[in-house]
Structure formats: structure tokens, C-alpha cells
Design a protein around this ligand. Sequence first.
Ligand code: ADP
Length: 353
Amino acid sequence: MEITEIKNWLSEVEHPAKADKNLVELGMIENIEVAENKISVTLGFAKHRDPLAEYLIGSAKAAIIRNAPAGTEVEVKSIVKEAAPAKKKPGLDLGFEEVANVKHIIGIASGKGGVGKSTVAVNMAVALARLGFKVGLADADVYGPSVPKMTASEGQMPDAIQEGEKEVIMPFEKYGVKWMSIGYFAKPEQALIWRGPMACNALKQMILQVRWGELDFLLIDMPPGTGDIHISLVHDIPMEGAVIVSTPQDVALADVEKGVNMFRNESVNKPIFGLVENMAWFTPEEHPEEKYYIFGKGGALKMAEKYNIPLLGQIPIVQSIREGGDCGEPAALSSRPDGLAFVALAEKLAATL
Ligand code: ADP
């Protein structure tokens, strides 16, 4: 493996905040070392706490892994190229100042993907705003961020402002909600194949470095499943508790148990405010009174009773909910039955807290 070859791979990584110039063009490659089976790259950043640092490190690593022979060990480090000798630490020392005026930080979780966790999170945020609450949503789903699409804000590049030593990221505001998404920092076709700790740091930055201001609710759309990222998110963010989304299907409910066990595990130990049963039944748009229980019936209620968690609400499968997600106008903005179902859900959550 030649250094020029590795540089070529690194030139695939564009800096989303710098007119899409790549790492090589921007002179960010400080050092490349190649040993027998190992590539080690050092990226230079102009300042501390660059909001995109973790994203760029992750993308650089991914670009090398994609191109290098299988089995090559890849390491990407960073240094800060500041004039003044800096007391640089590799970890992140973000405080909780930006979320200090947020009353409730709630994780929206699911045992498995595809149950509609993001749909519920986005619509719940819009519905809470409709009820007059101040709301923010941080889309931390590294595996498939959906906020950009669901709010028609793809390609949005959040502004960052410098405040002395510190840089803060401004959320995007629409439908009365402040939005931030890990998706704003990556192109849709760029798979976010970050390893655990990298993903955790990027998510931490994306939540704790954002100017949320005063909020009643900050919802965190968590990645699906249960794993290290979840545990570390709950540890690193002052999350109050969680809401779990499931479908009535047995396989989804089995995974809910894993979610419940994770939040109730001694090391996490956060309350579960409720279970939301999504896709509870199918209702044809033109016959809202008809219900077809295509994924089974009553499962979520049983699960809620078994674990002593309130069933916060049931959301039917309705074509307009899917369409609202696809066109960036969440169903919760409407006064159709599906929109009102989300408003009822939001009311119940607010009352629970
Ligand atoms: P997750 O975040 O759990 O992976 P999504 O929210 O992305 O799931 O939803 C998966 C798909 O199902 C999306 O296409 C979404 O529009 C659709 N969907 C989710 N909930 C509903 C619903 N209640 N009615 C109709 N379609 C839905």
C-alpha cells in the first residue's frame, strides 16, 4: 500500500461544511504511516471541538477500510493545529450547558428497526409543539437518520457559531420544533459504519453542542436495538427516561423485552415512561372506522401489563402517515384521525411526566 494510494482513498471524504472539498484538498492529512498490515493516519483540525471532527475521523476510517485489503488494521487519530500549546485531550469534555434549560430529555427507543420509531418520534415532537410545548428532537439514529427526509430538510447544513473557546451548532427550526440530525453531517449514500465509541462521541457532540435554548421536551430518536451505543448515550446525556415503540407482532414484542431489560438494568437504571404500539391495526383512509389487526391484537397491552409500563397510545397503519414521512410533512400536523392520534399520544406523555 502506497501513501499516494491512501491519499487517493482519503480524497473520497468530503468536508460537508467546506463546500464539499475533500480532506486532502483541505490539507487536513498531517501524517500517514504504513506498516506491514496497518495504516495509521493523523488528521489535523484547526480548532478544539470541531463539531465535525468525529464525523470526519469516522468517514476517513471508513474510506480506508473500504479500499484497503481485508484484514488491514486502520487507525485514524487527530491533532489540533493551534498556535498556542493546547491542553488537548482525546476525549470529549462537553458539559451540559446547552441542555441546562431543557426540562425533560426523553429517549425514543425500539427493540428492533422498522417498527416506526422515527415516525413516532417525529410526529410526537410535532404533536407536542401543537399542544404549545417547546420541543426539540435530536435524531441520533446513526444507522438510518430519518429526520432530514421526514421534515424535508435534506442537504441542510446546520450553522455553527463561535463563542470564545466554544463552538455551538444551531438547530434547524420547522413546524415549531428544533431539529438536529446526525444525517445533516453525512450524505445519504454514505453509510455510517462507525464503530461504537466513534458513533457515541459524534452523537454526544450532536446533542450537547446544540443551542437548544429553553425546551419543555427534547426527544432523542435513538438507534434501534440495544447495545453499547445506547448504554453510553444514556450515561453521557442527562436522559430522564425512555419511551419504547413496538408493533403488535411477536418478534417485535420479544425485542421490547430486551429494551425494557436494558433500561431497567442496574448500570442504566432509567424509567420507561410508556410503550407506544405502532401499526396497531390497519385502517383504510376512506373508512377510518374499520380496523384490521394484521400484525395481531392485544400484544402490546399484555407486554405493558407484564412489565408494569403504561400503554401510552396505539397508532394505526394509515397510508397518510407513511406519505407524510416521505414528503416531509408529518401526519401530526393534520387534523385527520391519524394526526389526532399523535396529539392524543403527546397529551398522554406530557401528562405522565
Ligand atoms: P424505524 O425508525 O423504527 O426504523 P420508521 O419510522 O423509519 O421506522 O418507519 C419505517 C417505515 O414504516 C417508514 O416508511 C414509515 O413511513 C412507515 N410507517 C411507520 N409507521 C407507520 C404507520 N403508523 N402507518 C403507516 N406507515 C408507517
